[in-house]
Design a protein around this ligand. Structure first.
Ligand code: PGA
Length: 254
């Protein structure tokens, strides 16, 4: 049984005061979320505050990115060891905003994944096609190319079974244009099938979550799909009550 994973990607939003308030409100309501594993992804400067405020709760925290390098002359980068210093349990890799705005390549993301899997941090690998790629019938091709990041690993690679894959169609991110549950399920099933080709065990273990305009009022139908194991929530996660409502959906759906 895969435990559903509901995560809030806060992107480059918030201030020390607003993040403190958000965390206070999440803390107050999180115990009602009994089934889903919850996590939040603040900007780096707020990781210490997350650690301080969430350490005695069931809510985890992680970073939105990490360096492919260990240490040294890499101005502006943040290493996996630094994330360990703040007890991060997760890190996002290859979010479409990193791929498309900051031109991170598949190879670069694969190099980061290698670093993360060598640590105890759980990588959340984001994949997804653009609107043009979907219209051109290239969705599966793009997903397959992005999933190549896990090809280099042995099936017994420690941590690989804990990997989370987030399917986030680029055209549905921050647009309010959510994929239909059937559209999302089709891609999730494809991803699971690709994983099964190499290992049935991994295909059963790896959680595949959906992201792209998930809100409290569309989460239930999404999470009811067979291969959707949770949600990566952007905009709606900046409001504690919306975020927790999405988490609460899993109390009934799993
Ligand atoms: P959204 O963002 O929920 O605001 O569409 C999702 C994401 O980018 O992870």
């Amino acid at each position: 049984m895969r435990r559903p994973f509901v995560a809030g990607n806060w992107k480059m939003n918030g201030s020390i005061n607003s993040i403190r308030e958000l965390l206070t409100n999440i803390k107050q309501g999180c115990e009602r979320v009994e089934v889903a594993e919850l996590a939040v992804f603040p900007s780096y400067p707020y990781l210490a505050l997350c650690e301080e405020m969430l350490c005695k709760t069931q809510v985890g925290w992680g970073a939105q990115n990490a360096s492919d390098q260990v240490e040294g002359a890499f101005t502006g980068e943040v290493s996996i060891n630094m994330l360990h210093d703040f007890n991060c349990q997760y890190v996002l890799l290859g979010h479409s905003e990193r791929r498309h705005i900051y031109m991170e390549s598949d190879e670069f993301i694969a190099a980061k994944l290698k670093r993360v899997l060598a640590s105890s941090i759980i990588p959340v690998l984001c994949v997804g096609e653009t609107q043009t790629e979907r219209v051109d019938g290239k969705t599966f091709l793009v997903i397959e190319r992005q999933l190549a990041a896990i090809h280099d690993f042995d099936d017994n690679q420690p941590g690989l079974g804990r990997l989370v894959i987030a399917y986030e169609p680029v055209w549905a991110i921050g647009t309010g244009k959510v994929a239909t549950p059937e559209q999302a399920e089709e891609v999730h099933a494809y991803i699971r099938g690709q994983l099964a080709k190499r290992s049935q065990v991994l295909a059963e273990q790896i959680r595949i979550v959906y992201g792209g305009s998930v809100k409290p009022d569309n989460a239930a139908e999404m999470l009811a799909m067979r291969n959707i194991d949770g949600a990566l929530v952007g905009g709606a996660s900046l409001d504690a009550s919306s975020f927790l409502k999405i988490g609460l959906v899993c109390n009934n759906s799993f």
